[in-house]
Design a protein around this ligand. Structure first.
Ligand code: CAA
Length: 291
C-alpha cells in the first residue's frame, strides 16, 4: 500500500478544519476545500486557534512537540480552494466532511470520483449515514470507506473506520494507516446504523433530553450526574451543544427510521433545532455560550 502524501478535505466546518489540521500536523500536504471564501476563512481561524492552544500547552509542559516554527510549517502545508476539481486533482486520499445529507454526500462523491486520480481512496466522515448507501453513487464503490472523526478532532483519540459492504481491504488499510499516522487509535466497524459510537452516544443524549422535558432535574444537574457520578468529561446535554443539536437530531431521525422506536427524537430537541438553537455554534442550545 502506497503511503498517503496528499489529502483533500472537502468542507471547512468544525470537522473538516480539524481533519485538515491533523493531516497537516502528520506531515501530509492538504487541500482544504469549501464552496466559498467565508467558510474557508472560518475554518482556517479554527485551525489557527487550535494550534495556538497546542503550542501553548507544549510550551507550558516544556516539550518541543509543537513549537511556533512547527505551527507555521503545519499552516504552510494547508492550501485552500473553492474548486472541487482542483482540491482532489492530485489527492491520494479524499476526506469528505460536508453536512450530513445523503443526497449531498452522494452528489459530492460522484464529482470527486470523476476528478480524483484513479488510485485515490475516497473517505466520508459521517456519524451515522450508511457507507454502503453513499458508496452506491460511485462507479467503483470498493474505493469508498468511512472515516468517522470526533469533535474536537485534534484532541479526541478515536477514529472509527467503517467498512461498507463493498469497501476493499486496501481502502480499509489505507484509512487505518492514515488514522494511525494522525495519532489516532483506530477501530474498524461494519457498516450498520450509527456504527459503534453514535448509536450509543445518542441514546444517552436522547434520554437526558427526555429527562429534562419531564422535569427530572435541571440541565446542569443532569450533566453533573454523568460528569461527577460517571466521570464523563462532559455531560450529555453539554456534549449535544458541542456536537450540534441539528447533528444529533439528524442521527436520531436516521436511527429511528433504520433501527426502531427507541431512537425516536425527543420533541424538545426538534423544537430547539427549529428555533435555530443549535448549540455552541449558534451561541445557544441547552446552555448559552459566550464567544
Ligand atoms: N484544539 C486543541 N486543543 C484543545 C481543543 C482544540 N480544539 N479543545 C480542547 N483542547 C485541549 C485544551 O487545550 C486542554 O489541554 P490541557 O488540559 O492540557 O490544558 C484540553 O484539551 C482540555 O480542554 P479544556 O481545559 O478547554 O476543557 P475540558 O477539560 O472540558 O475538555 C474537551 C474539553 C476535550 C472537549 C472535553 O470536555 C471532552 O473530551 N469532551 C467530550 C468530547 C466528546 O465526547 N466528543 C465526541 C462527540 S461525538 C462526535 O464528535 C462525533 C459525531 O459523530 C457527532
Amino acid at each position: 500500500m502506497a503511503e498517503i502524501k496528499r489529502v483533500a478535505v472537502l468542507g471547512a466546518g468544525t470537522m473538516g478544519a480539524g481533519i485538515a489540521q491533523i493531516a497537516a500536523t502528520a506531515g501530509m500536504d492538504v487541500r482544504l476545500r469549501d464552496v466559498a471564501d467565508g467558510p474557508i476563512q472560518k475554518g482556517l481561524e479554527t485551525i489557527r486557534s487550535s494550534l495556538d492552544r497546542i503550542v501553548a500547552k507544549a510550551a507550558k509542559a516544556g516539550k518541543a512537540t509543537m513549537t511556533d516554527a512547527a505551527r507555521t510549517e503545519v499552516l504552510g502545508r494547508i492550501r485552500t480552494t473553492t474548486s472541487l476539481d482542483e482540491a482532489v486533482a492530485d489527492a491520494d486520499l479524499v476526506v469528505e466532511a460536508i453536512p450530513e445529507r445523503m443526497d449531498w454526500k452522494k452528489e459530492c462523491l460522484a464529482s470527486v470520483e470523476a476528478a480524483a486520480p484513479a488510485h485515490a481512496v475516497l473517505a466520508t466522515n459521517t456519524s451515522s449515514l450508511s457507507i454502503t448507501d453513499i458508496a452506491s453513487a460511485a462507479k467503483d464503490p470498493s474505493r469508498v470507506v468511512g472515516m468517522h472523526f470526533f469533535n474536537p478532532v485534534p484532541v479526541m483519540e478515536l477514529l472509527e473506520v467503517v467498512r461498507g459492504l463493498r469497501t476493499s481491504d486496501a481502502a480499509v488499510a489505507a484509512a487505518r494507516a492514515t488514522g494511525e499516522r494522525m495519532g489516532k487509535t483506530v477501530i474498524v466497524v461494519r457498516d450498520s446504523p450509527g456504527f459503534a459510537t453514535s448509536r450509543l452516544g445518542v441514546c444517552l443524549a436522547a434520554e437526558a433530553i427526555r429527562m429534562l422535558e419531564s422535569g427530572v432535574a435541571s440541565a446542569e444537574d443532569i450533566d453533573r450526574a454523568m460528569e461527577l457520578g460517571y466521570r464523563h468529561p462532559m455531560g450529555p446535554l453539554r456534549l449535544t451543544d458541542l456536537v450540534g443539536l441539528d447533528v444529533r437530531l439528524a442521527i436520531l431521525d436516521h436511527l429511528h427510521r433504520e433501527v426502531g422506536e427507541q431512537f425516536r427524537p425527543p420533541p424538545l430537541l426538534r423544537q430547539l433545532v427549529r428555533a435555530g438553537k443549535l448549540g455552541k455554534k449558534t451561541g445557544e442550545g441547552f446552555y448559552r455560550w459566550e464567544k
